[in-house]
Design a protein around this ligand. Structure first.
Ligand SMILES: C[S@@+](CC[C@H](N)C(=O)[O-])C[C@H]1O[C@@H](n2cnc3c(N)ncnc32)[C@H](O)[C@@H]1O
Length: 233
């Protein structure tokens, strides 16, 4: 499958589940997703932040408590669900912009920090998206990635796989009334680079001082790195 085709498939898939996305997110993560996002946001510097692959905007909303935020996603159907949430909370410091993570329409060094939550796994070219996040933050700025991981403890991993590969796809499919997306979720997590491999991709993308933090027995990992150099052309 070409990268263009993967992008189109991913965009259509999220457009298809957009209306049930938030509900299923909270349900299937047993409400842990809020805590994970809050932790990832706590790793950002204060200032002007871009939330890449922002979907319905939960990270942007969390980050807006202390920052001015751009919420960006290439799926219009996901992004448009962010707007009513902003209005309900009367948040004026978040703007939503339709943008491709692999080709952000912002100048170098625009932001103090860039964050992506549960999005990097879905982009067609991971290194390109990470390079873009690094490019749009200022020198000294920060890049934060929150993504699913595979737990390292064998016993816990066995129980987790049972839930993640069997129960979650069933519940997700029934509630979203869509075949596919909730099979794609565990499959894409299994295929995602392991922690150290992902750290290597971040470094190849030009991000420095990379470290990571596992949360909830290693179900998710928060990767943090800094932009310290001018982008080489
Ligand atoms: C699993 S959702 C995550 C949404 C949100 N960040 C959250 O924490 O719930 C993944 C999002 O990534 C977006 N996405 C995937 N590839 C993208 C790309 N190349 N450019 C922009 N958005 C992309 C999808 O449209 C989707 O909204």
């Amino acid at each position: 499958m070409s990268q263009l085709q993967k992008k189109e498939n991913v965009r259509n898939m999220f457009a298809g589940i957009s209306k049930r996305y938030d509900f299923l997110n909270h349900l299937l993560s047993l409400q842990k997703d809020k805590k994970w996002r809050r932790y990832a946001v706590s790793k950002l510097p204060s200032g002007y932040i871009i939330d890449v692959c922002s979907g319905t905007g939960d990270v942007a909303i969390e980050a807006s408590k202390k920052n001015r935020v751009i919420a960006s996603d290439f799926c219009f159907e996901m992004l448009k669900l962010c707007k009513p949430k902003l209005e309900k909370k009367n948040l004026k410091n978040v703007s939503c912009i339709q943008n491709d993570a692999e080709n952000l329409s912002f100048k170098d060094g625009t932001f103090d920090g860039a964050i992506v939550a549960f999005g990097i796994r879905n982009v067609a070219d991971i290194k390109k998206a990470l390079s873009e996040m690094n490019r749009v933050v200022r020198i000294g700025g920060r890049v934060v990635i929150l993504e699913f991981s595979l737990p390292e403890n064998k016993v816990f991993r066995y129980m987790y796989y049972l839930y993640f590969k069997k129960i979650l796809p069933l519940v997700g499919t029934v509630i979203s009334e869509k075949n596919g997306p909730y099979d794609y979720l565990p499959a894409s997590v299994m295929a995602f680079p392991k922690r150290n491999e992902f750290v290597g991709i971040m470094k190849d993308a030009g991000i420095s001082h990379v470290e990571y933090f596992d949360l909830t027995f290693g179900i998710v990992t928060v990767y943090v790195g800094d932009r310290i150099d001018k982008i080489k052309v």
